[in-house]
Every structure is written in structure tokens, then in C-alpha cells.
Ligand binder design. Structure first.
Ligand code: G1P
Length: 279
């Protein structure tokens, strides 16, 4: 039913300079796998196999990563090093990739609108690779959201409770609770001050959007920081129809910050890499 997933990957990653001077931040490795590959694996896990990248200048290696490297394949064919390519080979086999470029950085809403040409007229997922999510032993966050979408058939944002000193970093929702983990959104504010936040429920980088979002984005003027915010477009959609907020099950690491990146690295080293290496 939903088969496409959009990855806005045009950002500069200035918080990671100088590492990101000549390399996309999405290619920074969490242990031995680039950040963006975790996101693509999550999309595939949720059944979204058409992967659409909205890139920018200097992001070519993302496309190269999801393509066959003939020299490398040739070089290690028949050696035990081939095992290191199994993961990425399987991603490449299962997914179809397309790319478009955002020529100006005008915000997340604008990046998503740029992707319209790849998405067309159908509902789609959005994954912000900076937010690395795991749900050990259960459905991935995007897979959980696809299940909710089957029931509600409208746009969904993933939310988590965050403490007051963190709230200014997020889009924040207010809503009517319809069940333990689900709210019908009544208000949304992009990066409010703690004392102006409508709740402690912060949006994290997972969305399912219905295709009418593109029209709402086109009608959305620049908001916070002079950028076209997806949060503002979603509020319009919520007021005209329906947007749900889903309190997901699992863990989220903010890999857009150095602290979150290091925490994610330690987590993946302990939970995935060491176990894999022990086999
Ligand atoms: C974006 C969104 C924000 C959301 C956040 C999640 O902000 O604009 O609403 O809470 O992602 O990571 P960014 O972190 O890209 O500034």
C-alpha cells in the first residue's frame, strides 16, 4: 500500500565539521555502516522499497553507496572479505533508488516538496536519517507507523516525550488522545520555547504523509528560521482533515548531535557489531 520512502539528505551537517567538509553527514559511520543505510534498512523492513533521495551538492557518495562497486567486487570476489558486503548487497537487491536535488536550502518542508517529482500521487514515508531508531525484538518504527496508517489513512508523525530543556529542538504537537499511544493532532509548533510548547510530545524524524501534503506545503509561508517547515504544513493538513501523532515503541538516537552520535555508536557496537563478530 505504501511503497515509497523519502530521505531528505541535503543538509550540511555543520555540527560535525570538519568530518563533513567533503563527506555527507549521512555517510558518517555508526560502527561500520553509514547512518543513511540504517534508515534505508528501516524503510525496507517496513515494506517501503522505493527509496527517494532529495540530495544536494556534495552528496554523490550517497548514490554511489547504494550502487554496485565493480572494482571492489572484482577485488574481493572469492575471498572471505566478501562477507562484509552481504548487508549492502541485500539492500541494493531489495530496493529501487531515485534521486533529485534540492538546489536551495529552504527547510524540511521545501525538501519534501522537492521530492514530489519522485513520489507522485501516493502516500509515502519520510525518514530523517539523523534520527536513528531501533526497536529490538519488535517492528521498526516505520513498520509500526505503516500498521497505524492502515487504520487511520491520514498523515502520521512519530512522537516521543522529551524533557523541557530539550523541547526547543523539535516540532511539538498537542492532540486529543484516542488511545494509549495515538493522538489526533490539534496543534503543532516548530521548535517552541519550553514555556510556549503545547505539550512534551516532540516529533522525531519519521513521518507518513498523504499526497495532499504537497498542496499544503505550497501554501505554507516560511516559518521558524525563515524556512518552509513541514510542521506548519502538517498543522494546515490537521486543521483541514486529519493528522495523527503516534508514540512509537523503541529507542531513538539523535545522530545530528555529537552526544547522540556517540551513544548510538556505543549501542550499535554492543548490540549488533559484537554479536555479529562473535558468530
Ligand atoms: C526537523 C523538524 C522537527 C523535528 C525534527 C526531528 O528538525 O523540523 O519538527 O522535530 O526534525 O528530528 P531538524 O532537527 O531537522 O532541525
Amino acid at each position: 500500500m505504501i511503497k515509497k520512502c523519502l530521505f531528505p539528505v541535503a543538509g550540511y551537517g555543520t555540527r560535525f565539521l570538519p568530518a563533513t567538509k567533503a563527506m555527507p553527514k549521512e555517510m558518517l559511520p555508526i560502527v561500520n555502516k553509514p547512518l543513511v543505510q540504517y534508515g534505508v534498512e528501516e524503510a525496507l523492513d517496513a515494506g517501503l522499497f522505493e527509496i527517494a533521495f532529495v540530495t544536494g551538492r556534495g552528496k554523490r557518495t550517497i548514490n554511489d553507496h547504494f550502487d554496485t562497486s565493480y572494482e571492489l567486487e572484482h577485488q574481493i570476489a572469492g575471498t572471505d572479505k566478501e562477507q562484509y558486503l552481504h548487508g549492502i548487497r541485500s539492500v541494493i537487491e531489495r530496493a529501487v533508488f531515485s534521486t533529485t536535488r534540492q538546489s536551495q536550502m529552504k527547510g524540511l518542508g521545501h525538501a519534501i516538496l522537492t521530492g514530489q517529482t519522485l513520489i507522485g500521487d501516493e502516500p509515502f514515508g519520510v525518514i530523517l536519517a539523523d534520527d536513528l531508531c531501533f526497536n529490538p525484538g519488535g517492528d521498526s518504527v516505520m513498520a509500526q507507523m505503516v500498521k497505524i496508517f492502515r487504520q487511520v489513512r491520514c498523515s502520521i508523525v512519530a512522537v516521543q516525550e522529551v524533557p523541557p530543556d530539550q523541547i526547543h529542538k523539535f516540532g511539538v504537537i498537542a492532540g486529543e488522545q484516542v488511545r494509549d499511544d495515538l493522538y489526533r493532532v490539534t496543534n503543532m509548533v516548530e521548535k517552541p520555547a519550553a514555556d510556549e510548547a503545547p505539550s512534551n510530545l516532540a516529533i522525531i524524524g519519521r513521518y507518513i504523509l498523504t499526497q495532499d501534503i504537497f498542496d499544503y506545503i505550497k501554501d505554507t509561508p516560511p516559518g521558524k528560521n525563515g524556512e518552509i517547515q513541514i510542521t506548519d504544513a502538517l498543522l494546515r493538513q490537521a486543521k483541514a482533515g486529519c493528522v495523527m501523532a503516534y508514540k512509537f515503541k523503541g529507542l531513538r538516537f539523535d545522530c545530528g548531535s555529537i552526544d547522540g552520535f556517540v551513544e548510538a555508536t556505543n549501542y550499535c557496537y554492543e548490540h549488533f557489531y559484537k554479536k555479529q563478530a562473535a558468530r
